[in-house]
Design a binder for this molecule. Structure first.
Ligand code: GCW
Length: 702
């Protein structure tokens, strides 16, 4: 081979390699989340090109990050390679800025602290002002979001402040990297390699959180290992806290209540024991010495076998207060209200209220009670938790589950903003909506992040992380608005895409509720994995772990009587709220079987008997999933091939499994009520025994 040919071949190989790198760089694997800043087009592009890059580089690391983000984001939106921009220092900012500049004022006493910001036209350009540097970072992300949505910079005029102080993610991650109820790979925290090695993913995570206003994360599971309270873990925690600080993310840990015994060498963990109190104080001091802005402790106590103050005949308040005094004004103790006992067999849905309402007023001021959205457990639909509004002297925080343990996990598409909004917007009848009740505290979401390249197990599950942050920032945002901004930033701004994908997202959660647990049924998932149907399960050692406990299905009817003739859980709600749900003939049907046991031939408002209505709802859920799959198929022209195919595959799984849910459930109800299927109904594909015999050793477990 002649030298010329060899050279040409080498050049060709190099060119191919370069192309491969370029296309790998373009690969849409979901890692960039909603922060893709895809190039604008047409007028929007021209307008953003006209904005000069002028960035005020303060000494503060958060302001520097805000500047970086703007430089990076604007360059991307302009379709340019990354450019440094024009950086002017704090001292030079006093000089007049070039007209049309984009500038920061991050210590503006006219703007309140705590993340608030304003973006206003100034000197022919725009100024982001904030009371504290973190407000500038939020402002930078907000500006980039507005521009990404195609907004005209000349018309941007924002004045925002977060609706609540704590906007947290709770990670149910174990020290060995296992994520409880995690469906997106392993933990993002690699405790084994920390503190020396900090994975870049943890920085990218903090940036994504900051972009939606999240300001704290609890790094370990509520079923807590005491390891996190040992000296050995302090440098690991510090390394993360240092990396997160510029993004405004405070680090919290779950504290195992028995830690004084487990790792403290004490004979007891009795919260009233002075040695135990001194131990907690010393632990808090050690944490604050390493991490001055440490957020505090989250505690799951006396719940599902976790240790707690009741092991020593102390109340939850006595337990919480011991930790709260140790932390003092430096942080908070978030105490979970998710308790239900094996002994109390009245109604699981009533137990948290019964346990905590009598303690109202007994908690230290830095204790916050964290209450799940509904009284049972993150089901596809639950009425709001009766504790909201019932403890006027205690700060209550909302706990939602982003990870979708009971809503199809990684594969089923369910956009959760409508779900959370249903609760946040609910009138408690005791001083406002749930969103108003929690405003002095905040919201925590059980995170869906993991080591998967796309972070959340599926591309659409990213929308739930996004929506959670946005709602904690502003619960008055509509589900559609959040879906729209997420989809535009994550996939495509094209009208043809947005006009179809947003309604598809909005319908998705209702579809899941209908093919899994229609008409207010609850907890019909199989034991362990909580993914597929198991309505027949009735032999678990704790009655309230059994689906049959919740359905109360028998020959005579179905549903849980929570009225005065039953458990009377209804009485835990304010009279105005209880009145809406008291009568099975007038209740919103979505809650019918949550509150009422009704005969199979009960006439529903639709005119159909209950059995017919139930089957109708299962079918409608299945049909909606089929429509979602068809909608997605029509969106191929707008979406990159990787993410298009991933989503199409998952929708195929969801279509098949929606039928599984419907068929297995109907087969089981029929075995109980002995009724024929309503005319024209497709019979279940298999026998009940077939569904009962299915087992899934490969499913993510508990
Ligand atoms: O949703 C249920 C889960 C448990 C979990 C518990 C809780 C951390 O099935 O795995 O345990 O709730 O919230 O404490």
């Amino acid at each position: 081979m002649g030298r010329g040919l060899v050279n040409r071949l080498l050049a060709l190989i190099a060119a191919c390699a370069a192309l491969a790198v370029a296309s790998a760089a373009q690969a849409e694997d979901g890692y960039r989340l909603w922060l893709r800043y895809a190039p604008l087009e047409g007028e929007a592009l021209a307008r953003v090109r006209a904005l000069p890059l002028v960035v005020h580089a303060d000494q503060d690391p958060t302001v520097a990050l805000a500047g970086e983000e703007l430089v990076h984001g604007l360059a991307k939106l302009r379709g340019e390679e990354r450019r440094p921009g024009v950086v002017i220092t704090a001292s030079r900012l006093a000089r007049p800025l070039p007209p049309g500049s984009l500038s920061f004022e991050c210590r503006d006493s006219a703007v309140p602290p705590g993340g608030a910001f304003a973006i206003k036209p100034a000197d022919g350009g725009l100024r982001i002002s904030a009371g504290e540097p973190i407000g500038c970072l939020y402002g930078a992300f907000a500006l980039l979001r507005e521009l990404s949505l195609g907004r005209n910079p000349a018309k941007i005029d924002l004045d925002e402040r977060p609706a609540m102080p704590l906007r947290l993610l709770d990670h149910w991650d174990d020290p060995n990297g296992y994520v409880l109820r995690g469906y997106s790979g392993r933990s993002i925290f690699d405790w084994w390699k920390l503190p020396e090695h900090l994975d870049q993913r943890l920085v990218d995570y903090a940036r994504a959180d900051a972009s939606i206003g999240i300001n704290g994360a609890v790094v370990n599971s509520v079923n807590a290992s005491p390891l996190f309270l040992t000296d050995r873990y302090i440098p690991k925690l510090r390394r993360i806290a240092d990396a997160w600080r510029p993004y405004g993310i405070r680090l919290y840990i779950c504290a195992r209540f028995s830690a004084p015994k487990d790792v403290g060498g004490l004979p007891t963990a009795d919260p009233l024991d002075p040695a135990v109190q001194a131990w907690w104080k010393a632990r808090a001091d050690a944490l604050y010495a390493a991490i001055p802005d440490f957020g505090g402790f989250l505690v799951k106590a006396n719940s599902e076998g976790e240790p707690g103050p009741q092991d020593y005949h102390r109340t939850h308040a006595e337990g919480a207060n011991t930790l709260a005094r140790a932390v003092g004004s430096r942080g908070v103790v978030i105490w979970r209200a998710f308790v239900y006992s094996a002994e109390d067999q009245t109604d699981r849905a009533k137990q948290a209220y019964n346990e905590f309402v009598p303690l109202d007023g007994q908690f230290e001021p830095n204790v916050i009670l964290q209450v799940k959205n509904g009284p049972v457990d993150f089901q596809p639909r639950e009425p709001f938790h009766p504790l909201f509004g019932a403890m006027p002297h205690t700060r209550l925080m909302f706990e939602g589950q982003i990870t979708k343990e009971y809503l199809g996990q990684a594969t089923h598409l369910a956009y959760l903003a409508p779900y959370w909004k249903e609760v946040l917007d609910a009138q408690t009848g005791r001083g406002g909506t749930v969103a108003q009740v929690i405003a002095p505290a905040g919201m925590a979401g059980v995170a869906n992040t993991g080591s998967d390249r796309n972070w959340s197990g599926s591309h659409f599950n990213q929308a739930n992380w996004y929506a959670f942050g946005r709602l904690a920032w502003d619960p008055t945002l509509s589900s559609a608005q959040i879906a729209r901004e997420w989809a535009m930033q994550t996939f495509s701004r094209e009208r043809g895409f947005i006009g179809k994908v947003v309604p598809m997202m909005i319908a998705s959660r209702e579809a899941v509720a209908e093919y899994m647990t229609p008409l207010g049924l609850t907890h019909q998932m199989a034991t362990g994995h909580h993914y597929g149907p198991g309505p027949w399960i009735c032999n678990l050692k704790r009655p309230e772990w059994n689906p049959c406990y919740y359905s109360r299905a028998d020959k005579g009817g179905i549903g849980f009587d929570r009225t005065a003739s039953g458990s009377n859980a209804l009485a835990q709600y304010a009279p105005s709220v209880a009145a809406q749900w008291a009568d099975p003939r007038t209740i919103d049907e979505d809650y019918l079987l949550w509150f009422h046991h009704v005969p199979w031939d009960f006439r529903t408002p639709s005119g159909r008997p209950l059995w017919g209505e139930l089957v109708y709802r299962y079918d409608r859920g299945v049909a909606t999933v089929d429509e979602m799959a068809a909608t997605w198929a029509s969106l191929a022209p707008y979406v990159d091939p990787e993410r298009f195919a991933d989503t199409a595959d998952f929708l195929r799984i969801q279509s098949r499994e929606a039928r599984w849910w419907r068929d297995a459930s109907i087969a089981y109800w029929q075995s109980i009520n002995g009724l024929p299927l309503p005319a024209g109904t497709r019979p279940p594909e298999h026998s009940l025994d077939y569904y009962k015999a299915l087992s899934f050793p490969e499913a993510p477990g508990e």
